[in-house]
Design a protein around this ligand. Structure first.
Ligand SMILES: Nc1ncnc2c1ncn2[C@@H]1O[C@H](COP(=O)(O)OP(=O)(O)O)[C@@H](O)[C@H]1O
Ligand SMILES: [Mg+2]
Length: 258
């Protein structure tokens, strides 16, 4: 589905702040993959998503999406195929617009002239149906400004918006990290439900070990731009929290002394 081929990325090349993040990194992502990505701070997790979404250019290497080389495509060109949700609930939605207006905008993503905020009854019914799935009562708040919603409600709305255009790939960058633990669980359950229902290829960066073990079919751990764990299927399912914590500890110990 997506192939990252011999990727190189260094920030601030040649300066005192030079930061080599990826050096000859390759990875294949399958159609059915729901990948959880773990890794310490600075491991390259967000950079990986930034590279895939086209937010930052590569130094070398190729990105192949469903057989098409999209290495040179801009973030805007990719936005129909690749949707992304960030940690900050204020980034995925526009707070000064209503839920209806946000959903209209998402529905018309990529269309230059499709944006009109005259309320369309058909859209209204369609959006209500989408929001009902969340079971957060948002279907009764269609014309409420998003600024009045809680963080969890906003991330859930951002999810609905992200998948509205039937993307080929969904990227989640610690999208529940800014939420309280209970809301984070709810948003994760909603995420899992949407990913399964739509059969979306998904890459989810998380710092929550329980979520990484419970959700998805594949687990990757990044460390200094390398995949040091890449397990899937039964191997992933049988991995325990204790084993994963041991691996984490191993890495931090090695990092401290290297
Ligand atoms: N736009 C940027 N400019 C300069 N350095 C960056 C940029 N983005 C990330 N980095 C650096 O690259 C490394 C990996 O960062 P990142 O991918 O954000 O890590 P994380 O795994 O915590 O998400 C870090 O050392 C970070 O400081
Ligand atoms: Mg990050």
């Amino acid at each position: 589905m997506l192939r990252l081929k011999n990727i190189f990325k260094t920030f601030n090349k040649g300066s005192i702040n030079e930061q080599k993040v990826f050096e000859n990194f390759s990875m294949d992502i399958g159609d059915d993959d729901f990948i959880c990505v773990l890794g310490s701070n600075g491991a390259g997790k967000s950079t990986l998503l930034n590279i895939i979404s086209g937010k930052i250019p590569l130094d070398e290497g190729n990105l192949i999406l469903n057989g098409i080389d999209v290495t040179e495509d801009t973030e805007h060109e990719k936005c129909r195929k690749i949707s992304r949700i960030f940690q900050d609930p204020s980034l995925g939605t526009n707070p000064s617009m209503t839920i209806y207006e946000n959903l209209s905008m998402a529905k018309n993503k990529g269309n230059k002239f499709g944006l009109s905020f005259l309320v369309d009854k058909k859209d209204e019914e369609y959006f209500k149906g989408l929001l009902e799935v969340l079971r957060l009562g948002l279907e009764d708040k269609l014309h409420t400004p998003v600024s009045q919603l809680s963080g969890g409600q906003r991330q859930s709305l951002a999810l609905i918006m992200a998948v509205l255009g039937e993307p080929e790939l969904l990227l989640l960058d610690e999208h529940t990290a800014a939420l309280d633990p209970k809301t984070s669980e709810i948003v994760m359950e909603i995420t899992d439900k949407i990913v399964k229902e739509k059969g979306l290829t998904t890459i989810m960066v998380t710092h929550n070990i329980d979520h990484a073990l419970r959700y998805g079919n594949r687990l990757i751990m990044l460390h200094r731009g390398n995949k040091i764990i890449d397990i899937s299927g039964g191997t992933k399912n049988s991995l325990t929290k204790g084993e994963l914590l041991c691996l984490f500890k191993d890495i931090s110990d090695k990092t401290l002394f290297s």
